[in-house]
Structure formats: C-alpha cells, structure tokens
Ligand binder design. Structure first.
Ligand code: SF4
Ligand code: ZN
Length: 312
C-alpha cells in the first residue's frame, strides 16, 4: 500500500476514508483534520484559553500534543482519582502525564480528589452507596464536576476532552437505544457555555480510536496502555464491540451514524418541545453548577451523603 501524498510506503490505512498515508504525512494529516473540525464546529479561537482534561491515556495526551503543535494556548488538567486496582492505575497515569508535560514544558494542573473531598473515588462511591458496587457513577459525576469547577475557577474559556469517534458513537448508541432525549440534546462536538460554566469541546470526535492509537504510536507519545480496572465489563465497552462488528462489515458505518445524528440534531429534527423544556437546567444552590431539579446537584448530594456517612 502506498502513501497517497508521496507514494512512499504507507503506514496507516484508513478504509473508511479510502486513504493510506506514510508516517510523516499521517502526522501532518491528524492536526490538519483537527484544525478543520475546530473551525467547522466553532470550538475555539487562538485568543482563547483552553484547559485540556488529561488522563494519561492516548486520546487526551494526543489531543494536548495536537493543540500544542497547532499553536493553541492549551494547559492540562489531571484529576487524581485514587484508583489502584492492583496496577497502581492512578499513580502510573499521573506519572506519565507529568512526564509528558515536563518534556514539552507545558503547564499542568493536578487536582487530587482525596485531598479535596477526604476520600478517593472508590471510597466515596462505597460510602455514598451509589452505582451498585462500581465506582463509575461517582467517578463520572466527580470528573464532570471538578473539570467544570476548575475551568471556571482558573478562568479558562474552554474545556477540551479527548473523546474520539468510538466513544461518541458508543454513547450515542446507548442514548438512542433508550431514547434519552435529554442526553441526546446535549451530545455534540460543542456544549456551549452556560451559567458560569466553560464551553466544552471534543476536537477528536471524528477520529476513530485506531487513528488516535496510530497517532500516539507514530508520534512516540508514552501513555498508559491499561484501561481503568473498573472499565472491564462496562456497557460502553460492549457497545463499542457491537459497533466494531458493524464497522467491519460496513467500513464507515460508525462515522455515518454519528454525522447523520449531528445533522438531524442541527436541523432540530429529533426532539419535541417537552424534551427541550426538560433539558432546561437550573443552578445548584451550593456549587452553582447545573442541576435539573433546582435543588442540590448530584455531586453535592453525593458529597453530603458521603460526609454524613463518615461522621456517623
Ligand atoms: Fe472512573 Fe472510568 Fe474507571 Fe469507571 S472506568 S472508575 S468511570 S475511570
Ligand atoms: Zn452542586
């Protein structure tokens, strides 16, 4: 297989794009495409301050690398979740993130959940009795809350995450199966700023997971290969497997699924008035972040429950 740009030996073949590229041209292609998506979805400009949520995994580190190469003002945020799982997961992912930042002289903020809230994620999950034995519900809640809080407190305009197409298609698939209109309404490459919350963007949302793996490998980014030990057996991994089967039979199916959704959403085809009303959010009286009830948000309720369980 030959590189479409130079005729040299191709290293990455993307069937869904009918495009094969050599290493050098692949390393140009990824940032070019990213820049195109940033502009197309009006994610941010060169004057804005971007906070990249980095986990030590390939996608978030690749995103940070790409934004840096494109000349954006992008700092990193690492959240210490306190997950060990027998492999020192959090410890190792933090070490790799710090190393990445240090080698490139990038600014990294580190926030540790245990330092902030007294307990690491697995313990918070246990004592607040949420999530049926798995910490993922509390973890997701805490990540979202802390990213929002820190972006706001430190004055960033935009919060960027490394979600790729496989992540987005799996979430979309799940929300479509249960027809969760409130979630569908909020899914997209850009979530506009609201009530003191920074805008949220996903610049990698049109890249296949394997494209990001290839980018990280070719670019020599050292990232944590292990998934979080709690990810095993999760619904999203199951959906990803199903979508991969579909993709194998019909190359491009995943991308089409996601892009057609975005088109329908943009036209306003998908939803009825009632859904739009329900998706209207109010502010949590304690932290000021959005909540659908008008009472304490789920994160503040979880912390309250964990605190009172500890005191008892
Ligand atoms: Fe958190 Fe993801 Fe690990 Fe669940 S799998 S605990 S959500 S990092
Ligand atoms: Zn709150």
């Amino acid at each position: 297989m030959k590189c479409k740009k130079c005729g040299g030996k191709a290293s990455v073949n993307m069937r869904q794009h009918k495009l094969a590229l050599c290493k050098e041209h692949y390393l140009d292609w990824v940032p070019e495409q990213t820049e195109r998506f940033i502009k197309k979805y009006e994610m941010f400009t060169r004057d804005e301050k971007i906070l990249v949520a980095v986990s030590g995994g390939k996608d978030s580190l690749a995103l940070w690398d790409i934004l840096h190469r494109l000349g954006y003002h992008a700092d990193g945020l690492y959240l210490g979740l306190g997950i060990d799982g027998g492999i020192g997961y959090s410890h190792e992912s933090q070490r790799l993130t710090e190393k990445f930042a240090h080698e490139r002289d990038l600014k990294l903020h580190i926030v540790d959940i245990e330092t902030e809230y007294g307990q690491p994620i697995p313990v918070l999950s246990e004592i607040s009795h949420r999530g049926h034995g798995k910490p993922c519900a509390v973890c997701g809640l805490a990540k979202r809350h802390e990213m929002n809080r820190i972006a706001r407190d430190l004055g960033y305009d935009v919060l960027a995450t490394g979600h790729n197409l496989d992540d987005e298609a799996a979430v979309l698939f799940g929300n479509t199966l249960s027809w969760s209109s409130e979630y569908l309404l909020r899914q997209g490459p850009v979530l506009p700023a609201s009530d003191g919350l920074a805008r949220k963007v996903k610049p990698l949302c049109r890249f296949y997971e394997r494209e990001m793996t290839a980018y990280s490998l070719v670019r020599g980014i050292e990232y944590i290969y292990e998934e979080c030990p709690f990810a095993e057996g999760s619904q999203s991994i199951y959906y990803k497997e199903l979508l991969n089967q579909l993709e194998t039979a019909r190359p491009g199916a995943k991308l089409t699924f996601y892009l057609r959704f975005l088109e329908a959403r943009k036209r306003g085809d998908l939803f009825i008035e009632k859904d739009l009303e329900r998706a209207h959010l109010r502010s949590c009286p304690k932290c000021g972040q959005p909540t659908s009830t008008g009472d304490l948000c789920s994160f503040c309720r979880m912390i309250e429950k964990a605190t009172s369980a500890q005191a008892a």
